[in-house]
Design a protein around this ligand. Structure first.
Ligand code: ADP
Ligand code: MG
Length: 256
């Protein structure tokens, strides 16, 4: 029997900025339904790792596979680049990213934000896209906000809108880069609730977060990064409750 392809796999990713190597050979396999949380101090390379996964940054070395299909690279004068950007576009359509700063398009209503890519990238009809978008907005608790512009919504609402926009592509893997870090504390819970629901329904997710309770409850795997290296990884109860490395113990210790 053929094995189901792994939604996302990266092997031995290295990334340099100038002379500084910020990712020193990182690997990860996201199987269907996995929720992998990336934790680590500021500057440890979490965002860069995530950005390498959807090629917002070009890794200098390493391999990427999306659903078993390997991304091809070529060497150029400027370093390594994807050999075929159409392949990258296809890959990105299956890999939605949610950023720290919501970044909904400011000149579009929420509904337009959510229908834009399904219409223009997936080629859905406007009617079908709107129907789907209304359902998604309902799910993230924004059924009443379809005609609002981002500036008319709270950060938490914008972030839930950004999640609805990501879901509208029916992504195979969702990437989240500190989705609640820019929110006022009272707005964090609603966003985490939406993410917990996504995890429960079996979405494959890779989440950079400082929300340890979320990581503990929801992750299938926690990876602790330090200076571009995975220092410790495993089940949340092992990594978060019985950390082995002194550095991770320090990192998890309550701050005063
Ligand atoms: P984290 O998300 O864990 O805080 P980042 O991935 O943002 O860490 O950054 C890792 C390291 O790479 C940091 O030292 C940061 O200054 C550096 N870095 C990130 N992006 C760039 C860039 N575009 N140019 C140069 N250095 C960068
Ligand atoms: Mg970051």
């Amino acid at each position: 029997m053929a094995e189901t392809p792994i939604p996302l796999e990266v092997r031995n990713i290295k990334k340099r900025f100038g002379d500084v190597e910020v990712l020193k050979g990182l690997s990860l396999q996201a199987h269907k339904g996995d929720v992998i949380t990336l934790i680590g101090a500021s500057g440890s390379g979490k965002s860069t790792f995530l950005r390498c996964m959807n090629l917002l940054e070009q890794p200098n070395e390493g391999e990427l596979f999306m659903h078993g299909e390997q991304i091809r690279f070529k060497e150029t004068r400027h370093g390594r680049e994807p050999a075929d950007w159409r392949q990258v576009v296809r890959m990105r359509a299956k890999l939605s990213m949610v950023f720290q700063n919501f970044n909904l398009w400011a000149h579009m209503t929420l509904l337009e934000n959510v229908t834009e890519a399904p219409i223009h990238v997936l080629g859905k009809s406007r009617k079908e896209a709107i129907e789907q978008a209304r359902g998604l907005l309902e799910r993230v608790g924004l059924g009443e906000r379809a005609d609002y512009y981002p500036a008319q919504m709270s950060g938490g609402q914008q972030q839930r809108g950004a999640i609805a926009r990501a879901l509208a592509m029916d992504p195979e893997v969702m990437l989240f880069d500190e989705p609640t870090s820019a929110l006022d504390p009272e707005l964090v819970g609603d966003v985490l609730k939406v993410m917990r629901d996504l995890a429960k329904e079996g979405r494959t997710m890779i989440v950079v977060t400082h929300e340890m309770a979320f990581a503990r409850d929801v992750s299938t795997q926690v990876m602790y990064l330090h200076q571009g290296v995975v220092e410790e990884a495993g089940a949340p109860r092992d990594v978060l409750d019985s950390p082995r490395s002194e550095r991770l113990k320090q990192f998890l210790a309550p701050k005063h």
